[in-house]
Design a protein around this ligand. Structure first.
Ligand SMILES: NC(=O)c1ccc[n+]([C@@H]2O[C@H](COP(=O)([O-])OP(=O)(O)OC[C@H]3O[C@@H](n4cnc5c(N)ncnc54)[C@H](OP(=O)(O)O)[C@@H]3O)[C@@H](O)[C@H]2O)c1
Length: 322
């Protein structure tokens, strides 16, 4: 299949920027629509990437953006929404209606391939509105049947130099003497953002990806508590973690929801009732995932010393506890 021109919807985000770089390295022309071009940042200097301000919720605009594209990747995702059943209106718009419009615009513009980024844990009966809306988004993609030929990717939490997850805990460790933690026992299987971008690239180029829904995860499972302790230690500010019972976590989240950009919502707390762990191989195409502990020390804290120090301490701790 010809692959010369790809549209990345949601391409200005943490994952989209890395995907844009990956495609650009292959000489692909990448078009990134955004609500505000100020969000595009470094994308503006990547060769072969064009950024355009556009309302992707408008079907006619989408069809124009997709004209002449060989593939579309949908990376739009949000973590917070006004509430509702089975999910709030903002989740409905970004996670369900937009994928539906993207499928329709792909058909209208004759785009043959679509890669849709969902999330591990997406489930119609999931405990959170985020998870239920992500499941409904997958349903919207299934409705495409075979045109465009689709692939759905379901990543666990994604880490990288510019992630919003580990970096949030690094910042909290800089400000707080103790870290009160919701969902401390929830399990995650963090995957490196470069691995996610590589999977997207292969999905676009390999026929075996058509019609597949694949989990995308890292090599190792951690509890949230382990992750937070790890990054706070790595950042040079080891902080005691205080696990919060769910009642207290929901109360804390309710207060956080009052902030213009909440760190955590009650819906986020509910989503951690289920583990965010792959059910099979962490990556498709027989790929070997990169490990968090090999990479995070290269951007968090005093890299070289800590890169050697933390695994040694963990081993010593394991030996001590048998
Ligand atoms: N990061 C993770 O750990 C993780 C884990 C599992 C799944 N995912 C999924 O992976 C995808 C990419 O995640 P990410 O971390 O790169 O997200 P991100 O950094 O928050 O970027 C989200 C992108 O979506 C666009 N966007 C946000 N709200 C929108 C709206 N209402 N309408 C239209 N566009 C909107 C933004 O575009 P503009 O602001 O430029 O318009 C931005 O480019 C998402 O689907 C996410 O759910 C991420």
């Amino acid at each position: 299949m010809k692959l010369e021109r790809v549209v990345l919807v949601g391409g200005t985000g943490f994952v989209g920027r890395v995907v844009a770089n990956r495609l650009s390295r292959e000489g692909i022309t990448v078009l990134v629509p955004t609500r505000r071009s100020i969000h595009a940042g470094e994308l503006l200097v990547i060769p072969t990437v064009d950024v355009i301000e556009a309302d992707v919720h408008d079907p006619a605009t989408l069809e124009r953006l997709f004209a002449g594209a060989d593939a579309v990747v949908n990376l739009v995702g949000i973590l917070h929404s006004r509430t509702g059943r089975p999910y709030g209106p903002d989740f409905a718009r970004a996670h369900v209606e937009l994928p539906r419009k993207i499928v329709a615009a792909c058909r209208a513009a004759g785009v043959p391939r679509l890669v849709h980024i969902s999330a591990l844990g997406a489930a119609a009966d999931g405990p959170s509105e985020y998870q239920r809306s992500k499941a409904a988004g997958e349903e919207a993609i299934h409705s495409a049947d075979s045109a465009p030929a689709w692939t759905i990717l379901r990543p666990s939490v994604i880490f990288g130099r510019e992630d919003n997850f580990l970096n949030m805990f690094v910042r909290l460790a800089q400000r707080l003497p103790v870290l009160p933690l919701a969902g401390a026992r929830a399990r995650f299987q963090p995957v490196h953002v470069e691995d996610v971008a590589e999977v997207v690239w292969r999905c676009l180029t390999e026929a075996s990806a058509r019609g597949q829904t694949w989990e995308v995860a890292g090599p190792k499972v951690y509890t949230l508590r382990e992750l937070v302790e790890y990054v706070s230690e790595l950042s040079g500010r080891p902080r005691p973690v205080v696990p919060l019972p769910e009642g207290l976590a929901l109360l804390q989240a309710r207060l956080m929801e009052l902030a213009p950009q909440p760190l955590m919502s009650r819906d986020n707390v509910r989503s951690m009732r289920v583990d965010n762990v792959a059910t099979g191989a962490p990556l498709p195409f027989g790929m070997t995932p990169a490990g968090l502990e090999a990479l995070a020390p290269t951007w968090i804290g005093d890299s070289h010393l800590r890169a050697r120090y933390y695994p040694m301490r963990s081993r010593a701790r394991r030996a001590r506890h048998g």
